[in-house]
Design a protein around this ligand. Structure first.
Ligand code: HEM
Length: 518
């Protein structure tokens, strides 16, 4: 070894350093791969050492979760992910830990690890996260009824403004993800920053690309071994993009925040948007201007990517089913007619087939194979005797649960009516919920965690659900959609590690509905 080192260090000190580093990584990965959680069965042992299991996880994580679930459905098991071992809890134990205090089981530390905080540098003070969730619950969700007309107006405007003209007589190919990204950013921005700023390119560009670069950078970082990520970061241009977009977005927000503070001092009427609701509470919660702009960016990050992905996935499911497009369009039109043409909260609630389609789309396109990811801050012993050591990552195997025939009959079939029929009692409920409204799109249960579970379940889901329904209903009333010539299959999702994402490069064909049909 010494001879090898001497030889290469003579030639190049850089190569020598890399050699030393790789050797260290190899030795450490053997160490980290050793059974630190011996009592918990390891799935995928036969794949080889920790590094081999990590690589297998990047390529076919779903098979490993499926294997673990088939063997240990109601027991704890573990597997090796991109960042070391992960402990997978059965549903009844998720219910047990969800009630533990945050200083035992933390979502923040899990987010930091999952989202590579070390390199992305969200910079979010944990108190800001608590503040943001509080404003979303107390102001955004509680006022959905009041803000719905603004949301509906912005959806109507931006759908037509952002999509190409798509002449009524000609089908036009549209890369729909790109368009939805802008539409979602504008419609969300209407409620986050108000009607003037939500369409400002200076904000839109950086809010959108900050979000896109963050998620791309995370995916790329995960390809590197954890110990090599300090080097890997320099090969990921999106990380520089993240820093640049954050800086530019903050430059944009600074004078906006100052102007709002001035308006508050003058005591005149104040805007009715998320920024203002946050500013109204900022003093009592000790949040400064920099924290405010960090939070607005964090809000866009939480809202834009998730909402765009969910809408794109549902459209991909819909566009290959022309009869369903027609049926949903008729539902929208009849609900509109019954509500004097106004898409009120009540009207959205009545769109039960659309709601069911969205939930079935989430069931079959999971975005992430796991949910309820938490970091164990203080050791915990569960009722079955399992010891969760401090530092462990725990989770629920979301995708395999959604494909378990005991919970969802014929899980391999995409059934857009599934959740509508369960809600109305048209099909028997294998889960025997007392309240069949548990099958609504926004409801979280231990059998359906698309929006998470427990006290940290997504607080923005009510807003997101309304926004998605408003955008899709406007799009379907204004446009015909179909697949391009000679393509009949739904566009396949792209998978890597835990992620299952829509292919964001795909086109669908669009045509403006002739006005007498509209
Ligand atoms: C379809 C769109 C969305 C999806 C699929 C989604 C999904 C999720 C999930 C899975 C979590 C983690 C929950 C857990 O682990 O228990 C979460 C947390 C969160 N989401 Fe969403 N989300 C969406 C839209 C939004 C929107 C529009 C907002 C803001 C208005 C938002 C704000 C948040 C926040 C602040 C958290 C952290 C909650 C906490 O730490 O307590 N999300 N979301």
């Amino acid at each position: 070894m010494e001879q090898v080192l001497a030889l290469i260090s003579k030639r190049s000190p850089v190569i020598a350093s890399i050699f030393v580093l790789l050797t260290t990584v190899f030795l450490l990965s053997r160490y980290f791969g050793s059974d630190v959680y011996e009592q918990i069965p390891l799935v995928g042992k036969e794949l080889g050492n920790a590094e081999k299991r990590r690589k297998a996880y990047l390529d076919h994580a779903q098979d490993i979760y499926q294997k673990g679930y088939s063997r240990f459905k109601n027991r704890v098991f573990r597997l090796t992910g991109t960042d070391g071992d992960r402990i997978v809890l059965p549903r009844h134990l998720v219910d047990e830990v969800k009630d533990l205090p945050d200083d035992y089981i933390s979502i923040n530390k899990a987010f930091e690890k999952m989202n590579e905080e070390k390199y992305i540098k969200f910079g979010q003070n944990p108190d800001h996260g608590v503040f943001l969730v509080h404003v979303i619950r107390a102001d955004l969700t509680r006022n959905l009824n009041r803000i719905n007309p603004q949301l509906a107006a912005e959806a109507a405007f931006s759908v037509i403004n952002e999509l190409p003209p798509c002449d009524c007589d000609d089908w036009t190919p549209v890369v729909i993800y790109e368009k939805l990204l802008r539409i979602v950013a504008i419609v969300s921005g209407r409620i986050f920053l108000g009607p003037e700023l939500c369409r400002e390119e200076a904000w839109l560009h950086h809010a959108i690309h900050f979000t896109v670069d963050v998620f791309r950078a995370i995916t790329k970082l995960k390809q590197w071994h954890p110990l090599l990520r300090p080097i890997g970061q320099y090969f990921i241009p999106e990380l520089r993009g993240v820093a640049e977009h954050r800086r530019k977005a903050q430059e944009f927000l600074k004078p906006v925040i100052l102007q709002r503070r001035e308006m508050m001092r003058q005591g005149g009427p104040l805007p009715d948007d998320m920024l203002q609701w946050m500013l109204n509470k900022a003093e009592e919660s000790n949040v400064g201007d920099n924290g405010m702009s960090e939070m607005l960016l964090g809000l866009s990050l939480a809202a834009i990517h998730t909402t765009t992905m969910t809408t794109t996935l549902a459209l991909y499911d819909l566009v290959v089913r022309p009869d369903l497009v027609q049926e949903i369009r008729e539902e929208i039109k009849s609900v509109l007619a019954a509500n004097n043409g106004v898409i009120s909260l009540h009207a959205l609630y009545d769109m039960k087939l659309l709601d069911s389609l969205l939930k079935e789309s989430q069931r079959t396109n999971v975005s992430s194979l796991v949910r309820f990811v938490r970091h164990v801050d203080k050791p915990v012993t569960l009722s079955d005797g399992t010891h969760l050591p401090a530092g462990a990552i725990i989770e629920s195997p979301h995708k395999v649960i959604l494909n378990d025939p005991e919970r969802y009959s014929n899980p391999e079939t995409f059934d857009p009516y599934r959740f509508m029929n369960l809600r109305t009692g048209n099909t028997a409920d294998p889960l025997n919920y007392n309240n069949k409204e548990q099958y609504q799109f926004v409801t979280v249960t231990k059998d359906f965690m698309a929006f998470g579970y427990g006290r940290h379940a997504c607080p923005g889901r009510f807003f997101a659900a309304n926004e998605i329904k408003l955008i899709l209903s406007r799009l379907l009333v204004e446009y015909d959609i179909k697949m391009p010539e000679n393509i009949t299959e739904r566009y396949a999702n792209i998978t890597s590690g835990l992620d299952e994402m829509p292919d964001t490069t795909k086109e669908i064909m669009m045509r403006r509905v002739k006005s007498d049909e509209g």
